[in-house]
Design a protein. Structure first.
Ligand SMILES: [Zn+2]
Length: 456
């Protein structure tokens, strides 16, 4: 090959792997004190000049705003002029990203641990290794493929091999940049397989667990290679100019998977603009990832008593109860809201015991923001899974998505404590006896036929 062409190819490759730099980007914390403050901040969010880490803008709620170096003067002056106190909380975003990407130098090639954030390849290799080492209980599951042709991979843990078991579905990494969730989930898998604690053993063995650590593999990879703050998948089908929002057009190359599910799709808290973070896709279930998850969940209902659908996101320290579009007295729209709330509140209290980390409990509309088209709302509203909860894990925004790796294990430990409690309360209420909707339907048909025969 011609040397010039070689050089050109090498430089193209370098440009391609070059990640966006967040050097000297600062993050400010703002707490709106009045309704007027809320209006000002919402306007600022819509203008899109600054990068909001939080979309929930309510009186007395923290809002983290990331600001590029060249806009910091403007931002500080503006905040002062409207009387909003903007407290600098992160000096240099890139330094936190670099810290998250750090690999322990002493580690041997084969060693997998939780003192740093794993890449997709490392997670997938580890799953294979785990399946090999625990071949009596673990099976690799592949629930589908992505638009970039990556496998959406996880594992099934089945100790008892029962005919119609109690089943739990657990997933993380639906949003690419929420790195703490795949890390937490692989740690949980390790505990399910190796812990000697009686409570953890019960949790691991009484339920057949289907676990997906990275539900959005394309986005996850992209957040390592190109843009640490990437949230959506990497479907380029809706590519368009993002100049109207003052953004790079690449922003349109993705759909927010947690707005793409087919339950009340695009009714609230979602966008039809491909350049936004919450772009819901052109139609419900337009994305391979959301279709794969939904089909897999429906398949589990045919295999046994699917009682759990637990999603993991970050950050904010919340346990969310469906539905995400309702607040106040309307929360009772979810058929077993009372049970879900009781389970969530007790799980959150248990979580606090170890490190005094506090979680709030409620619907997204009440404690975060209104959302529609999310996976967990679909799991409740369409699939009718009994226990559907969503964890927003650490932290409260001190580091946000850039949570230091030293917090992976403490975060995971307290989540496991809460899951043990969650399962204990669920069992106590009687959900292990719950018959899934398929069986109920069969039962209703049986009853209907019997009635017809009886009256004939
Ligand atoms: Zn998320």
């Amino acid at each position: 090959m011609d040397t010039k062409i070689k050089l050109l190819l090498v430089s193209i490759a370098i440009v391609c792997v070059n990640a966006i730099s967040y050097q000297n980007y600062k993050v400010y914390n703002v707490v709106p004190k009045t309704k007027e403050d809320v209006t000002i901040l919402k306007k600022l969010l819509d203008e899109n000049k600054y990068f909001f880490w939080d979309y929930a803008i309510k009186v007395n709620y923290d809002v983290k705003i990331m600001v590029a170096p060249e806009k910091q003067d403007d931002f500080e002056k503006y905040a002062e002029s409207v009387g909003i106190n903007a407290k600098l909380v992160i000096e240099d975003v890139q330094s936190l990203i670099d810290a998250q990407l750090k690999r322990p130098s002493s580690r041997t090639q084969q060693e997998y641990n939780w003192d740093y954030y794993q890449t997709l390849d490392e997670i997938y290799d580890w799953l294979d290794k785990v399946a090999e080492e625990h071949s009596d209980v673990v099976t690799i599951i592949e629930i589908g493929r992505t638009v970039e042709n990556r496998v959406i991979k996880g594992i099934k843990i089945d100790y008892k091999k029962q005919e119609r078991p109690t089943i739990g579905f657990l997933k993380g990494g639906l949003h690419a940049r929420e790195w703490i969730t795949p890390a937490t989930i692989t740690w949980l898998i390790n505990e399910f397989l190796n812990s000697e604690d009686t409570n953890v053993r019960n949790l691991a063995e009484n339920v057949v667990w289907h676990i997906i650590p990275v539900a959005n593999p394309d986005g996850y990879v992209y957040s390592f290679t190109s843009d640490r703050m990437w949230r959506k998948n990497r479907n380029r089908a809706n590519f368009t100019s993002c100049a109207h929002l003052g953004l790079n057009d690449d922003m349109s190359n993705g759909i927010d998977l947690n707005r793409n599910f087919g339950y009340l799709w695009m009714t609230t808290g979602a966008s039809q603009d491909p350049c936004t973070q919450t772009f819901a896709g052109p139609v419900a279930f337009s994305e391979l990832e959301s279709i794969s998850i939904a089909n897999y969940v429906l398949g589990l209902q045919r295999q046994g008593n699917l009682i759990y659908y637990l999603g993991f996101h970050s950050y904010s320290q919340l346990i969310l109860v469906p539905y995400s579009h309702v607040g106040g007295a309307d929360v009772l729209a979810a058929p077993n809201y009372g049970d879900l709330f009781e389970i969530a509140i007790k799980s959150a209290a248990k979580l606090t015991e170890r490190y005094n980390t506090t979680y709030r409990v409620g619907t997204s509309a009440d404690i975060l923001y209104e959302v529609s088209g999310s996976g967990f709302d679909w799991a409740k509203g369409q699939a009718n899974v009994p226990i559907v909860l969503l964890y927003e894990v650490r932290d409260l925004g001190q580091y946000g998505f850039l949570l230091p790796a030293e917090q992976i294990i403490p975060n995971s430990e307290e989540v496991l404590d809460s899951l043990v409690e969650l399962d204990r309360v669920t069992r106590q209420i009687g959900y292990y006896q719950y018959q899934n909707s398929g069986q109920i339907l069969n039962l209703s048909i049986f009853l209907l036929i019997s009635t017809i025969l009886f009256v004939m």
